[in-house]
Design a protein around this ligand. Structure first.
Ligand code: C2E
Ligand code: MG
Ligand code: MG
Ligand code: MG
Length: 276
């Protein structure tokens, strides 16, 4: 109230902040409701070797909102992370991905495929993260060797000992790890070699820059060399043109992903794609 706003009183009501808080609270409630109503779904983007052999898929979550249609994860994952709704959502994604692996097992078209699941740092740094993954694997019966978890460089900002211990614990049962969007975060090269990573995913901004920016090609070359030196496979993200594919093949990438091969697809369309 204006009357109470005397000389020594702070103005507590900031309309812009109030709007942000309200919006976030609404989105949080909306995500909670959406989980209960099963409005989330996974789409799958194929990953291939350089001659087009499909090696696996990346699971990407979408929100089929009753009013807004299909909502992009770029819009709701950041809010889900801020509100901790990423914990139940991330668990659901993991569960769905493992169930898909079980559905795919035994079918020659899909049996050998790996599935990559994005893990938010909020999820990864929970003390019971390993238990959760092990529990989902056990409850679904999915083969851990088929599961790859994608982490981002921000994990290098946290306790490296603890990060390594968690990764090794899951590595021991066969789960593997990829470093996603490499080059866009805080890369601490002094720690990178300590992480049991099997794959480096070169962020698409570098793939796009490679053929258009002055030092673009050289940057990709250095990232590929770094990954190989550390014993990882290197995947080029966001390959959209034949020219980009030719370039990353020439540079020695092992795998690629991008609209040139396929957009992320719902499960039935993915199955059709694989049967082609
Ligand atoms: P990401 O993990 O780097 O996933 C790749 C993103 O690039 C996807 O966007 C994919 O659709 C897009 N993409 C792939 N190829 C191309 C291409 O050739 N051109 C262009 N322009 N884009 C391409 P999407 O599905 O919108 O996901 C955005 C981000 O949201 C993901 O980036 C990931 O960080 C996050 N995300 C998605 N699903 C999950 C999830 O289940 N859990 C968590 N924690 N994060 C998720
Ligand atoms: Mg990813
Ligand atoms: Mg990525
Ligand atoms: Mg990305």
């Amino acid at each position: 109230q204006a009357k109470a706003a005397g000389r020594n009183n702070f103005v507590l009501f900031d309309p812009a902040m109030q709007t942000r808080v309200t919006l976030r609270a609404q989105l949080e409630a909306d995500i909670r409701r959406a989980l209960a109503n099963q409005e989330f779904e996974l789409h799958y983007q194929p990953l291939a070797g350089m001659r087009g052999q499909i090696a696996g898929v990346e699971a990407l979550v979408r929100w089929r909102h009753p009013q807004r249609g299909l909502v992009s994860p770029a819009e709701f994952i950041p809010v889900a992370e801020e509100t901790n709704m990423i914990l139940p959502l991330g668990r659901w994604v993991l569960w769905e991905a493992c169930r898909v692996l079980v559905r795919w097992a035994g079918d020659p078209a899909t049996d050998a495929l790996e599935i990559s699941v994005n893990v938010s740092m909020v999820q990864f740094h929970r003390p019971d993260f390993c238990e959760q993954v092990l529990e989902v694997l056990a409850q679904t019966g999915a083969r851990p060797e088929r599961l790859r978890l994608e982490l981002t460089e921000s994990l290098l900002l946290n306790d490296v000992e603890c990060t390594v211990a968690k990764m090794q614990r899951l590595r021991a049962v066969g789960v593997s790890f990829a470093l996603d969007d490499f080059g866009t975060g805080y890369s601490s090269l002094s720690y990178l070699h300590r992480l049991p990573l099997s794959q480096l995913k070169v962020d698409r901004s570098f793939i796009w820059g490679a053929l258009t920016e002055g030092h673009g090609a050289a940057i990709v070359r250095v990232i590929v060399a770094l990954g190989k030196t550390l014993g990882m496979t290197v995947l080029a993200e966001g390959v959209e043109t034949e020219a980009q594919l030719a370039f990353v093949t020439e540079e020695g990438c092992h795998f690629y992903q991008g609209y040139l091969l396929s957009k992320p697809l719902p499960e039935d369309q993915l199955t059709a794609f694989l049967c082609r």
